[in-house]
Design a protein around this ligand. Structure first.
Ligand code: BTN
Length: 325
């Protein structure tokens, strides 16, 4: 975990908004000696930050590296709780697996587990999730809502709305949602969401929301079998995207919608979600473990369950399936 001094130092630079801060001012803000400040600044440089240091003026940050460790995410993060505690690793088997361990050991609400690479990234239905080094955002967020476990599937939809809006606002791209957890750009998957639970029969202990977003991959970075179904933000936008900015924005949006959801329930989220959903009102095929359902997607109910009307008029409630539009 990141040291509290480092966190305060980065927050001071963020508030200074590109202006110089003297060594003494920094020492006063973070509550340590000027020598300690200087040491932290040297460490930041080693991590790829570029800092100006001018006599009698002090320091300012000129460039933040495209990394997703605590430093880059905390510099500019505007949340009260989500992402305030971050565990970053360069390489892990799966952030999801690690987040389960942290949750079990009492990690606070809003804890984020993030890595630059996953060697055993997991998707829904026990599929692999391709997570190559420094190209995407592989992260798992721990929430601890006081709710019954049946409400957990709604969190996939809250997260989907947050990710779509983050991508829209910062990069002016217009993703769509394919129920329940796929975020698509031009029909190809850019983000997948995996919501898992630690719960007792009547209450949630922790929800782990795993989010994988393809950010700076070129098409060659994906294995051949994904070429026709996966894309990245960089491919769609035609430019590299700073990953930490997207992480910040997702956390900010998620915090907003999580608060709305806890105060007002699922209805406002449902409305937003339906506005982004590609399948609603269309003829679709849902492949479930018990077979195929063909029909018109009517929408989702208050549990986030997909309702499909088949050709005989019967309405099916689908909890888990692969959808073809
Ligand atoms: C899916 O679409 O099937 C869900 C994919 C979820 C992938 C993310 S990446 C971060 C977290 N760690 C994992 O191992 N999986 C999730």
């Amino acid at each position: 975990m990141q040291s509290p001094i480092r966190k305060k130092l980065l927050e001071a630079f963020r508030q200074a908004n590109g202006e110089f801060l003297s060594g003494q001012a920094l020492a006063d803000i973070v509550g340590c000696s000027r020598t300690a400040v200087w040491k932290h600044i040297e460490d930041l440089r080693k991590e790829g930050f570029k800092l100006d240091a001018i006599r009698k003026k002090g320091y300012r940050i000129l460039h933040t590296p495209d990394r997703v460790s605590q430093n880059e995410i905390h510099l500019g993060l505007n949340t009260k709780s989500l992402g305030q505690t971050i565990y970053y690793e360069e390489t892990v088997p799966s952030t999801q697996k690690l987040a389960h361990q942290y949750a079990q050991n009492g990690a606070p609400e809003g804890t984020l587990v993030i890595a630059d690479e996953q060697t055993e990234g997991r998707g829904r239905l026990m599929r692999n999730w391709h997570s190559s080094k420094r190209t995407g955002i592989w992260m798992s967020l721990i929430l601890k809502p006081q709710l019954p476990p049946q409400r957990a599937p709604q969190f996939t939809l809250i997260a989907a709305v947050a990710v779509v809006q983050a991508i829209e606002e910062v990069w002016d791209l217009h993703p769509e949602i394919k129920w329940p957890n796929d975020i698509l750009l031009n029909g190809k998957k850019v983000t997948g969401i995996l919501t898992e639970l630690q719960a007792e029969s009547d209450k949630i202990n922790s929800i782990i929301i795993g989010m994988g977003t393809n950010v700076n991959q070129t098409i060659e970075d994906f294995p051949q079998e994904l070429h026709s179904i996966a894309t990245s933000l960089a491919i769609e936008k035609g430019q590299m995207i700073p990953r930490s900015r997207l992480v910040q924005k997702i956390l900010e949006k998620l915090e907003l919608y999580y608060e709305i959801y806890m105060k007002e329930g699922f209805s406002p989220i449902k409305l937003l979600w339906e506005g982004y959903a590609i399948s609603i009102g269309k003829e679709i095929t849902a492949r479930t473990i018990t077979g195929e359902i063909k029909g018109k997607a009517l929408g989702i109910n208050d549990d986030g369950v997909l309702r499909i009307q088949d050709h005989s008029g019967h309405i099916h409630e689908v909890y888990s399936a692969d959808i073809e539009v």
